[in-house]
Design a protein around this ligand. Structure first.
Ligand SMILES: [Zn+2]
Length: 243
């Protein structure tokens, strides 16, 4: 169910990243596929989300309709967020935030002291448009100051081949994105880019990444194309515990 699950010190914040196990979806989406874009699979998605919420010990998950954009929504209850967006922020206890990915960078953010948490979906467009810094700003407007971030699994710079022009386009904005594949062609390291953006926004970035394409227990669009599911990054401020 989880490739990583951590309580942040003695704080009320808990984070997690899922793997592909523990759900009900059949191959090739076996089994904890959280994607919202497979027609006719609503019941399956609902059951997978229910199992995930159970395992994470929350009543439900706040989920996004992600569009590779820069909109941040502040939420105070679980469930699907009505408008499309690519980041969520909350100060509400017990409300777990969920970001879904299958190669893009899932970023989980927290200021445990001030009780503000967030998630962001950082794909190529989002990185170039600065979604991570925008999310940090939104958290600070809700009272956060010292934000720590956790960069989850994504397709690594050694695997994420792109045309040279596209590499230049992103690296012009975020130089840390510039990379080469293990076979010597142009690529992007979106995790390195996100980490650089987090650090320039004054955050401490923690690396919880693995390469999705190289990890069979994670979904990867680059590896499996339309036969790939989606996994998730999660964060919650636990109820009844002081910050
Ligand atoms: Zn890789």
């Amino acid at each position: 169910m989880f490739t990583c699950r951590e309580r942040l010190g003695s704080s009320p914040v808990e984070i997690a990243f899922t793997d592909r196990h523990g759900g009900v979806s059949e191959a090739p989406f076996d089994s904890l596929d959280l994607s919202r874009s497979r027609p006719g699979r609503d019941d399956e998605l609902a059951e997978n989300l229910r199992r995930l919420a159970d395992a994470f010990d929350v009543p439900g998950l706040a989920t996004m309709r992600q569009v590779q954009g820069i909109e941040v929504r502040v939420v105070d209850a679980p469930g699907p967020v009505a408008d499309s967006c690519d980041a969520l922020v909350t100060t509400a206890r017990g409300v777990a935030l969920c970001v879904r990915v299958g190669d893009c960078v899932p970023v989980v953010l927290a200021d445990a002291t001030h009780g503000v948490v967030g998630v962001a979906h950082a794909g190529r467009s989002g990185v170039a448009a600065g979604i991570v810094g925008i999310t940090v700003d939104a958290m600070r407007r809700r009272g956060a100051s010292d934000v720590e971030a956790y960069v989850g699994p994504y397709v690594c710079g050694g695997c994420y081949e792109v045309p040279a022009s596209l590499r230049d386009q992103v690296a012009d904005v975020v130089p840390a994105a510039y990379a080469c594949t293990t076979w010597g062609t142009p690529s992007l390291d979106l995790g390195a880019a996100v980490t650089a953006q987090l650090e320039s926004a004054g955050c401490i970035a923690h690396d919880r990444s693995r390469c999705t394409r190289e990890s069979d227990d994670l979904f990867s669009y680059r590896r499996d194309g339309d036969r790939s599911g989606r996994f998730a990054g999660l964060v919650v401020l636990r109820e009844g515990e002081s910050a």
